[in-house]
Design a protein around this ligand. Sequence first.
Ligand SMILES: Nc1nc2c(c(=O)[nH]1)N[C@H]1C(S)=C(S)[C@@H](COP(=O)(O)O)O[C@H]1N2
Ligand SMILES: [Mo]
Length: 360
Amino acid sequence: MDYSNEPPHSDQLFVQAQQPFNAEPSVASLVEFAYTPEELVYCRNHGPIREFAEEEYTISIKGAVEREISVSIPQLKSAFPKVRVVAALQCAGNRRNEMGAIKPVHGVGWNGGVIANCIWGGVRLRDILIHAGVRADSTLHVCFASFATLCQDDEYYGASIPLEKALRLDDDVLLAFEMNDEPLSAEHGGPVRVVVPGFLGARWVKWLDTLIISSEESPNFYQQRDYKILPPEIETKDQARSVWSKFPSMTSLPLNSAIGSAFKIAPSKLRVKGYAISGGCGNVVAIEVSADNGATWYPSRITYQEGKWSWTLWEAEIPISGSSGEVCARAKDKAGNFQPMAGSWNMRGVAFDAISRIKW
Ligand SMILES: Nc1nc2c(c(=O)[nH]1)N[C@H]1C(S)=C(S)[C@@H](COP(=O)(O)O)O[C@H]1N2
Ligand SMILES: [Mo]
């Protein structure tokens, strides 16, 4: 693989690996901002980061469309209305280290920092697909590909989503060229990346160059093999190989939360801050905090929430006794579900959703 580009340097991210560049901020720093500033947006790569000049970049649309077309970035910007959507990007491996404490897992040792709540600016994928003459057929998929670089497990990076989701106006699927009202940087997939609100980050293909409308999901490794929740009895990569095809590709992530900080503001009072996120669409309705391992739960204040796809920031002040201890938090969704007390284990360490805990 060609890693000739210098990996990005960061003071604010903990670098898990330089090549490919994988880095995350602390949860404590994340929860200080409603919109995650670029310096705190995690980087997750399965191959090298490439830089492209916008003028030389095109996206081709192929497969089950009336017209196979190729669109340049200036055309994309001038031909379709621009929209802004606030949405949380989250890696399926968020909180993997906590699952790894149950039993070792395969994957980058992420803490709770592989999440970012950003304003994404771009055009609606549906507008481009309609322009290319796609037919609204619920059996089809939109396959995204980036041939920008080789990846660790495949010749290119690919993912797909159901065409229905791409066409639904309310689902806000974008081809984004801005993040937080700035041009999208190379690290985060510039000139253009996919934004799939409510779906795991693995489907938000960076350096997007090809869209294929197909009767099959993307054949890419990262759609077909990786990013699947395998049953707990599958413990090794060899065992995984024989069952991959039997399990569905992940789409949305579970209801979740993480505590960023917990500190004493009075001898018997603790202030706790964190984020929460709902699985798929819709906001978290409440976050409860406990200092006695779930025997007593206290409500928290929601300090930020926006639209359908943002994360939720929250704060609580709760009574405590003694000089040290542990607090835990659980999010509740609009259907009344809470996060489970314990999370279940899977080989790749994805979708860990147990109540979050922190020592004080
Ligand atoms: N081309 C390409 N797109 C990609 C990836 C990648 O390795 N290559 N990683 C995916 C994964 S697993 C995640 S979680 C997000 C991370 O986006 P970020 O680096 O901007 O945070 O991008 C996704 N898109
Ligand atoms: Mo990811």
